[in-house]
Design a protein around this ligand. Structure first.
Ligand code: SF4
Ligand code: SF4
Length: 395
């Protein structure tokens, strides 16, 4: 089916009831109909029916969408909003109408460029160029200072063995999907995951893998996303694992959809461990801390596995759990780079919530959210993956 025809049919599912409006973060911020799910669907309809052109203004309203899917979750007509927003972005790409910033970021996430990007960024941080540019204010001049501030300290890529053996009688073999960012930005979470899984009795394999393709898929570069999905399927499905586990929920949501097969479970690490504790006794040592739990949209609305984080953390004696009010952090994949001002505005109430708590630490199961929250909290509270607390407490 042609892209335009597909969008036209999908937009027809919307009965314009408006029930999704209160749950949409961008509508809540602006009170502008064009910044709401219903408004965006109307814009899409106008575009594919030829009544509206892909003007910069129209594209901006579509680009502002965070892809949080709070609207899809609540919609009584079951409008397939994620399919729609991905499709209209793909249409925008095919019409060559994406903005300069989107073009730049889309270039940077190209698999061929991405492979060298982290080495370049490490060089940028270590060579003194970063300090020089910040000092000279050049980043402000080219409008990239806010995006640059999001960049955490980059460590040398974590060197992982192809496999790690269970520390007790093996219960089976699992694959760990670390994603393209995990080995650079989430090293502690990956080390913790391997520790927990092997201690619980699983052989852990780190199969060859490429980027999950989420950023490509949600930016309209479907062909690139499909190519990455095919490569991952080749690497991950050539062996029979008990489960394919992921640490980052954004990657996991994409992986689960793109692998599209029922033979093996693709699951969040926290959910897998929770299921394990239901069948096998596991004892946890106490942690006398308060933890604020941020639930990423991809975990809540796409994977629907957010309960596992709370249920598993609740097993740690003395750990005080503060559930943050369910709310998108604004990171939204590459939006925190391409729509920095909006991403920061959406994040602000969440930062205020965190600051009002007595939390010693914040946990988030998605790398993008964790980076965005870390930048906003400016080192006032560490943001870690919940598996790190599980690893610390596992006896
Ligand atoms: S809730 Fe669903 S049907 Fe109602 S306006 Fe929103 S998208 Fe359309
Ligand atoms: S995905 Fe999120 S930001 Fe986008 S329209 Fe739906 S609720 Fe609003």
């Amino acid at each position: 089916m042609q892209l335009k025809q597909k969008i036209d049919q999908l937009t027809d599912q919307c009965v314009k009831c408006g029930m999704c409006l209160p749950s949409c973060p961008t509508y809540q911020l602006s009170k502008n109909e064009n910044e709401s799910p219903r408004g965006r669907i109307a814009l899409m309809q106008g575009i594919v029916k030829g009544e509206l052109s892909l003007s910069p203004n129209v594209i901006q309203h579509l680009d502002h969408c965070l892809g949080c899917l709070s609207c899809e979750k609540i919609c009584p007509s079951k409008v397939e909003y994620e399919t729609l927003i991905d499709a209209i972005r793909e249409y925008t790409v095919t019409e060559n109408k994406i903005s300069f910033q989107e073009k730049l970021i889309s270039f940077l996430i190209k698999p061929t460029v991405q492979n060298n990007l982290f080495s370049l960024l490490r060089f940028y941080q270590r060579s003194g160029i970063q300090k020089l540019l910040r000092f000279a204010g050049l980043l402000k001049l080219i409008g990239l200072s806010k995006q640059e501030q999001l960049l955490p300290k980059l460590y040398t890529r974590l060197k992982l063995q192809p496999s790690y053996s269970a520390k007790q009688n093996s219960l089976g073999s699992v694959a760990l999907f670390t994603g393209c960012m995990g080995q650079h930005f989430e090293q502690a979470a990956i080390v913790a995951s391997i520790k927990v899984l092997t201690q619980l009795g699983y052989d852990v394999e780190i199969p060859k893998q490429v980027c999950c393709g989420a950023l490509h898929q949600h930016s309209g570069f479907r062909q690139q996303a499909d190519a990455l999905a095919k490569t991952n399927a080749r690497f991950l499905l050539n062996k029979s694992y008990q489960a394919i586990l992921f640490t980052a929920s954004g990657c996991g949501a994409q992986l689960k959809t793109s692998l599209q097969q029922d033979q093996v479970s693709v699951s969040s690490l926290m959910d897998f461990i929770l299921q394990h504790t239901r069948k096998h006794p596991v004892s946890f040592a106490r942690i006398e801390q308060a933890v604020a739990v941020h639930q990423p949209c991809s975990l809540q609305n796409t994977l629907k596995q957010s309960d596992a984080v709370i249920l598993l953390l609740s097993k740690i004696p003395q750990l005080e759990i503060i559930e943050l009010q369910s709310q998108c952090c604004g990171a939204a994949g590459k939006n925190m780079l391409s729509q920095t001002k909006l991403a920061n505005q959406i994040r602000q109430p969440l930062l205020e919530q965190i600051q009002q708590t007595s939390a010693d630490v914040v946990v988030s199961s998605n790398i993008g959210c964790a980076l965005h929250l870390t930048a906003g909290l400016q080192s006032k509270r560490p943001v870690i993956h919940p598996i790190e607390l599980i690893a610390e407490s596992l006896q």
